[in-house]
Design a protein around this ligand. Structure first.
Ligand code: ATP
Ligand code: MG
Length: 397
């Protein structure tokens, strides 16, 4: 788990040898102190992007104006960001100016929470100007500096607080909470896409109940799309007994508790700027979930719902008083006679010929549907002969 630090150490050493400072900063330092797995490390340095580019032969500019350069060393990429402060904030979200500074402390001061404002040097020493280690031990999310000022600079930080509460199952510092309650309206200026990232992490965290509780208690939820009308559903999602949720399960459960129609769930997803694919999966998952609470899995449900989606729905059932049946689900998918209409043994041309139709018309669709339903009902085999008999016996007017 310390491995990413070990492999990155030579990079820090090179920067230091060139006469600059360099530290590990941000989430990876926090996570390693919490004994969590870390994947990538962020490096902060007193060297400017140009100075970094003079030290390393292989670099990629990621955003020179923000001070970030990607250094390629030993087959790995390392993001190195120059110590900086963010001067004025114009739109509650984007710093209007970035100023490079030469002191680590200045850089750490602009970070959101004390637990995210820790640095780690190559000598393995933790640098902690804001009692972040203590907050890690107390399990508290607390702003660096004055919370009102910090949230006024960047309103997204309020949602980030909720997200870290959930991800880490921490509590919120009272002054930080008070500031969110006071300033929650400011988040209306934040792009929905950015809010969504934090909301999804909130749903997926082990401290989901605590995170949602603070989202509600601070009134931050009132500036989230549709959440005003979904208070009870949010409480339900927080209280649900499942310890961990996938993003898909989170949305499906939320829509279920809010008793949304298919149309409403699609509107919810669209207004949260989710992808069409996710929107469709949530809508289908919700429909399947409702059916599964009433009956066992059948070919119709399997046809409408991809297997991976069905498995996620299946896992939710016990938390809603239903019974999951993995074995039956496997069996139904294994025996599913067709997965799409184009797997039917007869196509549109065949239908025109068999029914002696003059031209394409609504009867083709009706015939397709009939074949699909009878095959899924397992009443008719998916063969040319059986389907021809079915069509000839049917009355399409
Ligand atoms: P995760 O494990 O989810 O990536 P993280 O702490 O690494 O968590 P990031 O969003 O990747 O979070 O940000 C990296 C670091 O940058 C944070 O730890 C924090 O120090 C700083 N940071 C990020 N966003 C903000 C912000 N909006 N305001 C102030 N500091 C921020
Ligand atoms: Mg990160």
């Amino acid at each position: 788990s310390h491995k990413p630090f070990q492999t990155a150490k030579p990079v820090l050493e090179k920067i230091i040898q060139a006469g600059f400072e360099a530290y590990f900063v941000g989430g990876s330092v926090r996570d390693v102190l919490l004994h969590k797995e870390i994947s990538d490390v962020d490096i902060a340095s007193s060297a400017t992007p140009y100075e970094i580019k003079e030290i390393f032969s292989n670099t990629v500019d990621l955003g020179i104006e923000h001070g970030t350069v990607l250094v390629l060393e030993g087959g790995e990429g390392y993001e190195i960001t120059t110590f900086r402060t963010e001067a004025e904030y114009e739109d509650f979200r984007h710093p209007s100016a970035v100023t490079f500074v030469r002191s680590l402390e200045e850089d750490l001061k602009r970070r959101d929470f004390t637990i995210n404002a820790l640095a780690l040097g190559i000598d393995n020493q933790v640098i902690d100007y804001f009692e972040g280690k203590e907050d890690l031990e107390r399990q508290v999310i607390r702003c660096v500096g004055n919370p009102l000022e910090r949230f006024n600079e960047d309103a997204l930080r309020m949602f980030r607080a909720v997200r870290f509460i959930s991800q880490l199952n921490f509590q919120i510092d009272p002054a930080t909470k008070e500031a969110i309650t006071k300033l929650h309206q400011n988040m209306a200026n934040v792009a929905v896409e950015r809010m969504r990232v934090e909301w999804v992490k909130t749903m997926m965290g082990i401290g989901r109940k605590a995170g949602i509780h603070e989202l509600l208690d601070t009134n931050l939820y009132t500036v989230c799309p549709h959440f005003n009308e979904m208070r009870e559903a949010l409480v339900g999602l927080g209280d649900n007994q499942m310890t961990r949720l996938t993003e898909l399960q989170g949305w499906i459960l939320l829509a279920y508790y809010a008793d949304l129609s298919d149309k409403q769930v699609k509107k919810l997803m669209r207004d949260w700027k989710c992808s069409n694919q996710l929107m469709n999966n949530v809508a289908t998952g919700l429909m399947t979930l409702r059916k599964r609470l009433e009956q066992d899995y059948d070919f119709f449900m399997a046809y409408d719902c991809q297997k991976e989606l069905a498995m996620e729905v299946e896992a939710i059932l016990p938390s809603l008083g239903g019974t999951s049946d993995q074995r039956n689900l496997e069996a139904v998918y294994k025996d599913l006679p067709i997965h799409q209409v184009n797997e039917l043994a007869l196509n549109g041309h065949d239908i025109i010929e068999i029914l002696k139709l003059e031209k394409k018309g609504p009867i083709i669709g009706k015939a397709m549907n009939l074949m699909k339903e009878e095959v899924l009902r397992a009443k008719v085999d998916n063969t040319k002969e059986a389907l021809t008999d079915l069509l000839l016996a049917a009355d399409f007017v």
